[in-house]
Design a protein. Structure first.
Lengths: 112, 179
């Protein structure tokens, strides 16, 4: 249970970064930390004590494999995380070109 | 295994806190690398070699792109100023933390303790995966055969993200450049 709580703390650290930092790059870092903690949580759920990596091999009697399903899900999620990070960075570059700063307090022309 | 993983995640938390508080953006990115590569070691300890390989590649690409972004713009951290309605902020963040901890507590209840996972759905995959897909690696078997549509959706998302990046970063549209 301890690892789950540590994983949750890592998620909270990422959320804290997203909510309190004023720099766009720091916000992107916070987002990727939250992503990492989610991947870690899913991979932790599928772990079995003394299990083997889910790669089949001939001639083993009653092997215990860790759950391959969360691993396949996380594999998809990692690649999607790369895509979202690239998208966020592209928007950050665009904002920097327009306003000359990464400070989100200076970007106030979007106010309704 | 549980204590080892807890220590690793503790290091990752320290790296994350430093990344969010560093004065220089470049050192913040390097500290974010601590989190990413610590995650690789966690995956290796959790018997997930495929995840470790993909995470190494993705983390390296992200780090290179982010360093390129930071070096082409300002490296300095913006100055923090004191916020006026501080009490309101602290109250709202405490409320959010309370809600999140409550949801986490009720979510973690039905889970088995760490390391005693019982496979229900993937029993079929481990029994018949090799005959059905012909792949010795069960993760790739699940990813590309049993759940092939997931992978198709992932490819669509990657394509859409590439389109979005190109659209955002294109410096001038064709109309502007001709006029």
């Amino acid at each position: 249970m301890m690892v789950y709580i540590m994983c949750f703390i890592l998620f909270m650290v990422g959320l804290y970064g997203v909510l309190t930092r004023r720099n766009l790059i720091k916000i992107v870092i916070g987002f990727s930390i939250m992503e990492f903690s989610c991947f870690l949580f899913l991979a932790l759920i599928g772990y079995i004590e003394n299990g083997l990596a889910p790669i089949l091999k001939e001639g083993m009697k009653n092997p215990v494999y860790v759950d391959p399903l969360p691993q396949a899900m996380v594999l998809t999620a990692i690649v999607i995380g790369l895509a979202t990070t690239a998208m966020l960075l592209a928007i950050a570059i665009r904002i920097y070109k327009k306003y000359g700063t990464f400070d989100i307090r200076k970007v106030n022309e979007l106010k309704g | 295994m549980e204590t080892l993983l807890s220590i690793l995640i503790g290091f990752m938390i320290i790296g994350a806190l430093y990344a969010l508080h560093a004065r220089d953006l470049l050192s913040a990115l390097i500290a974010q690398g601590i989190v990413g590569y610590g995650l690789v070691i966690c995956f290796l300890n959790l018997r997930a070699p495929d995840l470790a390989i993909v995470q190494i590649v993705v983390e390296t690409i992200t780090l290179i792109v982010m360093v390129a972004v930071v070096l082409n713009s300002s490296r300095e951290e913006v100055r923090e100023s004191w916020n006026r309605n501080k009490v309101l902020n602290i109250m709202s963040s405490l409320l959010i933390i309370g809600i999140l901890v409550y949801v986490f507590a009720i979510m973690i209840g039905p889970l088995q303790p760490f390391g005693e996972h019982t496979t229900r759905m993937s029993e079929f995959y481990t029994q018949n995966g090799a005959e059905a897909t012909g792949s010795a690696n069960l993760v790739t078997g699940v990813l590309f055969d049993f759940r092939g549509y997931d992978t198709l959706g992932e490819a669509t998302i990657l394509f859409t993200a590439a389109l979005g990046v190109i659209t955002i970063l294109r410096s001038k549209s064709k109309k502007e450049s001709t006029s």
